[in-house]
Design a protein around this ligand. Structure first.
Ligand code: SAM
Length: 214
């Protein structure tokens, strides 16, 4: 899976991409992530990417030219959908992630300020995704949420190939719930792990987990 991410704050992604599962997935080439600085595409002599809104009102709006050129450029090597992260998009979910994971490539566009010029939204965006009914300062965290959630569905990204199928909300498992997890030690500050989990009796463990789904 190839992700091309468009942002005016590319460094926000640095540490996230250098840790844990995502780092390993990049290294093993299960995923490829390219972060592009929209500002570099600005033809303004001060590399401006925002301007005041026509008609007045609070805040600034991302200007169309740098966005247009950045999307055009990235589309040359990425044929996937252009996804704009916006609080007004369709709410992201596990099933949306599963659908997105069927694509081989996608472009994630992060907004800032009051958002992007409507003409870009209408002419260049294939999909609008919200990560929830609240407003953040930018689309970078939402882009990371989408990228992380989709990546762990790519075969081979999680150490244990199929482990995402046991996750809550997974379509394959057809359940929206999760059972409680315990690890060592068997007793912690007087609290014992349920005996059945220590029994090694797989059928009984499965029955217990079914009962405990929440
Ligand atoms: N003026 C917009 C409004 O009232 O809905 C808010 C813009 S927000 C401050 C700036 C950018 O953050 C948005 O363009 C979008 O890219 C991103 N963003 C903020 N909240 C988001 C959310 N819940 N889901 C996805 N993207 C979000």
């Amino acid at each position: 899976m190839k992700f091309d991410i468009l942002t005016i704050f590319p460094q926000i992604f640095d540490s996230y991409l250098k840790e844990s599962i995502i780092k390993r997935a990049i290294k093993s080439r299960k995923i490829e992530i390219n972060v592009h600085d929209i500002r570099k595409f600005s033809k303004d002599k001060h590399k401006k990417v925002d301007d005041i809104p026509f008609g007045g009102g609070a805040g600034m709006v991302m200007t169309p030219q740098p966005l247009y050129d950045a999307i055009k450029c990235v589309k040359k090597s990425n044929k996937g959908p252009v996804v704009f992260l916006t609080p007004h998009g369709a709410t992201f979910s596990q099933s949306k992630a599963e659908k997105l994971s069927k694509h081989k490539e996608m472009i994630l566009l992060c907004g800032r300020y009051e958002g992007i010029d409507q003409r870009i939204q209408e002419s260049m965006i294939d999909m609008e995704i919200s990560i929830g009914k609240y407003v953040l300062t930018g689309g970078e965290l939402p882009a990371m949420v989408v990228m992380d959630c989709v990546s762990r569905l790519i075969p081979g990204v999680l150490g244990k190939e199929e482990s995402h199928m046991e996750d809550s909300f997974s379509k394959k498992l057809d359940r929206k719930k999760e059972y409680p997890h315990y690890t060592r030690p068997a007793e912690f500050k007087g609290m014992r792990v349920p005996e059945v989990l220590l029994s090694g009796h797989h059928k009984k463990i499965e029955e217990w987990r079914k009962k405990k789904l929440k």
